[in-house]
Design a protein around this ligand. Structure first.
Ligand code: F3S
Length: 412
């Protein structure tokens, strides 16, 4: 691999062990994937922040790296943690877990992440980390990767946890995969016959496409986003998150949205075709057969202000039978509070938590064995990672489930 003089010096350890270790990781990953050089990145987004997922071994690894003097070189944001860093006790976490989770975040603070004041979120593009078309970045959260590549036109592979940290410390990643033009071409034509309408409908569509597309680059034909005036970024975020969860889609093309797929461009005609006639089956594909629900979770990926407003409108005048939790970035929560939306949600008995993701939390230990969510990705990871029963349903049904404690349409 061709390295610049500066990169060779870092790799030789001339700037200390932390940077040497980071360079070793970046170079090793680049070599594995056939990169001929490294490319500077404008921003990094780090995953693997939940203490529940990384445990004591991961915490020790981070502590050691921070202790060696590791410092980020480019703007870097953090994926969600397991808990709200301020209101963890309201979620039912014990003090021991909370201490460990705080230590994980502290290690990143010592590395200088977000100027030492991180706002952990899987939607960094909603709080200012919003790269432009053609920008090389190194992001790890799969839903954010898909959004950055497909909607913003930035260029990132789906980085792993240590790889993203190494990119943050070096400001580099290998020039391979989606950093290169040739890997950004569409490879699968997806013809959508039934029009999804709501954000969760887009999530259901994405779940079906991801299950069949695997790691292809889908080109959507017939997806009428103009009909959802104004073009709704939340729908694109839901679509991409679901495809990245049930498949490994990191880039998709929607004409008129994706910078590489201008509205005027003719759809590729020689690609394999996937026809989706009935996106609604995506709901059933990710749902367990459950009637009684312990928790309703909205905000996967983290909710935007508009999504929180939607929840608040649906909760106005209601009283919940079971907990309903919305997760979002802290700055978004603060905006929602200023607009009175939190008062509406808490008045009904719901909560809005910042920083947190329920899929990487010890959900069962918190007392929840069955969770309803309006997110395909949320349901997928609740079942496969948190190992609890899940029901994936439109937002209106999730709200009804929170009011009654029972999934609408169930017989119990
Ligand atoms: Fe974000 Fe967690 Fe969903 S990281 S995309 S809220 S699974």
């Amino acid at each position: 691999m061709d390295l610049t003089t500066v990169e060779q010096s870092w790799l030789a350890g001339n700037e200390g062990p932390a940077l040497r270790r980071a360079m070793e990781i970046v170079v090793a990953l680049g070599t594995i994937y056939g990169a001929e050089r490294l490319v500077p990145v404008e921003s990094v987004q780090i995953s693997g922040v939940s203490y529940r997922n990384i445990g004591d071994a991961g915490l020790d690894f981070l502590r050691r790296w921070a202790g060696e003097g590791a410092r980020v070189r480019v703007p870097t944001t953090l994926n969600p943690t397991a808990m709200d860093m301020a209101d963890w006790d309201m979620q039912g976490f014990d003090a021991v877990f909370a201490d460990r989770q705080r230590e994980v975040v502290d290690a990143f603070v010592r590395m200088g992440v977000e100027g030492g004041k991180p706002d952990p979120t899987c939607t960094p593009y909603l709080i200012g980390n919003r790269p432009g078309p053609g920008a090389h970045i190194a992001w790890a959260e799969s839903s954010a990767v898909t959004f950055a590549n497909s909607v913003l036109g930035a260029r990132t592979n789906r980085e792993g946890g240590p790889g993203a940290i190494a990119s943050a410390l070096t400001g580099r990643t290998g020039a391979y995969g989606l950093h290169l033009d040739e890997h950004r071409q569409a490879t699968l034509r997806v013809e959508v016959l039934g029009q999804p309408a709501t954000i969760s409908d887009f999530s259901a569509l994405g779940a079906l496409v991801g299950l069949r597309a695997h790691n292809a680059v889908p080109y959507f034909v017939g997806l009428d986003l103009e009909a959802t005036d104004p073009v709704c970024e939340e729908k694109l975020k839901a679509l991409g998150a679901a495809m990245a969860a049930t498949g490994a889609v990191a880039l998709y093309h929607v004409p008129g949205i994706t910078p590489e797929a201008p509205a005027s461009s003719a759809p590729p005609v020689e690609l394999p075709i996937l026809t989706v006639e009935e996106f609604a089956t995506g709901y059933a594909a990710l749902s367990d057969d459950i009637a009684r629900i312990d928790l309703v979770w909205i905000g996967c990926p983290h909710a935007s202000l508009a999504e929180i407003r939607d929840v608040a409108e649906q909760l106005r005048g209601e009283q919940l039978a079971i907990p309903l939790w919305v997760t979002c970035a802290r700055p978004v929560r603060e905006l929602a509070a200023r607009q009175g939306l939190l008062d509406v949600i808490t008045g009904a008995g719901g909560r809005v938590f910042a920083d947190a993701c329920m899929a990487i939390a010890p959900v069962r230990e918190l007392g929840f064995g069955a969770v309803a969510t309006s997110s395909a990705k949320g349901a997928y990871y609740l079942r496969n990672l948190a190992r609890v029963a899940a029901s994936f349903a439109p937002l209106t049904e999730c709200v009804q489930a929170a009011v009654t404690g029972t999934m609408p349409g169930s017989l119990s």
